[in-house]
Design a binder for this molecule. Structure first.
Ligand SMILES: *Cc1c(COP(=O)(O)O)cnc(C)c1O
Length: 418
């Protein structure tokens, strides 16, 4: 077994994993080709590991591919995570990235938790346990990955106060729910319909209308668009962003708190941000769940880097926005090079999508390469794996989501398809 494991050392896997592969191959009971089978087991183990992939799907925020692309290279180092460098006393981990995020949203204060779902959970637990939280029936939604508003509400200990109907909710519905003493309403929650639309005979209550209710309004905007004016993009907001709620404007409209994800339109690491009124943020920070949901310095460091890029108005430094704002003509030139150098496929117009459960139905004009037949398995088998899309019996590689440095990888993989 040991000799067999050692014969696989060139795979680069640590010895205990090679022993597992050798053991699995021997357990199959067939002495023939045992080394080849052990090598296949080692290969399977290596493929299961977290590794970079080339995203040729055109889905900018692909949940299976880790949503927003992120570069964080950091040498081993201590940080001032909870040290106040000016006083030398214990500091707060919310003093770094969270402070910059508050500045970006024009909020009094902010804290960072593990993800968007935990941001909503913490807000409800800290502000409404044992009391009522009023939500429109049209917003009792499930967002991908099993985030269901009624279930999160139940976990938080808040009591759901359903308001209005599935398709129509008016301010007066909220007002009577909030004024009914039996509901003991602590807050009104507005949940962005991130991944679906209700169309037809509909009526929604805006945050601005809700802000005059006698309870704080919490808006779960989900996607993490910071500012509808997109000052980090030279040309202002792209057309496909129309109607997406933004943190800054939602707070300006009177929300007491907003919650959003770090890895959707914000373009950072997986995180959840709670921003708004200082007393409410503080109540969240003091709740015992805040300790369980807090992020570590890796995440806070990555968020801080993205926040600084926003403050510098440097959208090009944020990978999501760099990709989202590429001109189709530039993608077309790259596609021509890929087709010419690989001798495979044809240049084709296609449509990218924001993805990540944001902006349903929204398409961004794009360009890439299309091949007859389904080649996704072969492309996925390469190193790095290339993830492409199949439709109409053809394989589509959208270059908007492929980093230009990976074009050579795509060319080599297409050549290898033969
Ligand atoms: C995505 C989303 C969530 C969940 O956020 P995660 O970061 O995936 O946990 C919650 N609410 C809304 C409105 C969302 O769009």
């Amino acid at each position: 077994m040991d000799a067999l494991a050692r014969s696989l050392a060139d795979t680069g896997l640590p010895h205990p994993l090679l022993v597992d592969a050798a053991r699995a191959a021997i357990a199959e009971g067939d002495p023939e080709d045992v080394e080849a089978r052990a090598r296949r087991h080692a290969h399977t183990a290596a493929r299961a590991m977290l590794q970079p992939v080339v995203n040729a799907t055109g889905v900018l925020l692909h949940t299976n591919l880790g949503r927003a692309p992120l570069a964080v290279a950091a040498d081993a180092a201590f940080t001032n995570l909870e040290l106040d460098l000016s006083s030398g006393r214990r500091g707060s981990r919310h003093a770094h990235a969270a402070a910059l995020l508050a500045r970006l949203c024009d909020a009094d204060d902010a804290i960072v938790v593990n993800n968007g779902a935990s941001a909503v959970l913490l807000v409800l637990a800290a502000l409404a346990t044992g009391r009522g939280a009023a939500v429109s029936r049209g917003e009792l939604v499930e967002i991908g990955g099993g985030f269901r508003v009624p279930e999160v509400m139940e976990q938080s200990g808040a009591k759901l106060v359903e308001v209005g109907t599935t398709n129509r909710t008016r301010r007066a519905d909220f007002a009577s729910a909030v004024e009914n003493p039996a509901n003991d309403t602590a807050l009104a929650l507005k949940v962005h319909q991130s991944n679906y639309r209700i169309v037809g005979f509909t009526e929604h209550v805006t945050v601005a209308e809700m802000s005059s209710l006698n309870v704080p309004v919490v808006a779960d905007i989900g996607s993490g668009l910071l500012d509808a004016a997109c000052p980090w993009l030279g040309d202002g907001p792209p057309a496909w962003l129309a109607g997406e709620p933004a943190a800054r404007q939602t707070l300006a409209d009177g929300a007491a708190l907003v919650t959003f994800s770090g890895d959707k339109l914000f373009g950072g690491p997986q995180a959840g941000i709670i921003a708004g009124r200082a007393d409410l943020v503080n109540q969240c920070a003091r709740h015992p769940l805040a300790r369980a949901l807090r992020p570590g310095s890796l995440v806070l460091n990555a968020l801080q880097q993205v926040a600084l890029a926003y403050l510098r108005r440097d959208g090009q430094a944020i990978e999501f926005w760099r990709m989202a704002s590429l001109a189709t003509a530039d993608l077309e030139s790259r596609a021509q090079v890929v087709v010419a150098e690989s001798g495979a496929g044809k240049v084709a117009e296609m449509a990218s999508v924001p993805g990540g459960g944001t902006l349903p139905g929204t398409e961004i004009d794009s360009c890439g390469v299309v091949l007859d037949g389904d080649h996704t398995a072969a492309l996925r088998a390469g190193t790095p794996p290339i993830i492409a899309r199949v439709s109409d019996g053809r394989t589509w590689l959208d270059l908007r989501t492929v980093a230009p440095d990976d074009d050579q990888t795509v060319i080599a993989a297409l050549k290898a398809l033969g």
